[in-house]
Design a protein around this ligand. Structure first.
Ligand SMILES: [Zn+2]
Length: 99
């Protein structure tokens, strides 16, 4: 797994810079806006149902009580957030998901 780099100057983003951002991320080196490519956004959107399936199969397989199930759910989401920055790929324009 590799962290993404700026589409303009190839500056490698730091992990903590990518942990929280909304629509685009400004490069700290050249100042250009970096948008997540439509391809990656679509792929990340598709992975959400798998996370939900993973959560429910966990509840079922391990016969969890509600408080444990909630903790398990938070844990899965947390892992997803930790992996998130590695899944991005940036481009200079805000691409439409469907064209
Ligand atoms: Zn840059």
């Amino acid at each position: 797994m590799r962290l993404p780099h700026c589409w303009n100057c190839n500056n490698l983003f730091k992990y903590r810079e990518l942990f929280f951002f909304l629509k685009s991320k400004q490069c700290s080196k050249c100042g250009k806006q970096n948008y997540v490519t439509a391809k990656r956004r679509l792929r990340n959107a598709w992975s959400s149902p798998f996370v939900v399936i993973l959560m429910f199969s966990g509840f079922y397989l391990f016969n969890m009580t509600i408080p444990i199930a909630i903790l398990y759910g938070i844990f899965i989401i947390f892992i997803g957030m930790l992996i998130g920055p590695f899944t991005y790929e940036f481009t200079g324009s805000d691409e439409a998901l469907f064209d």
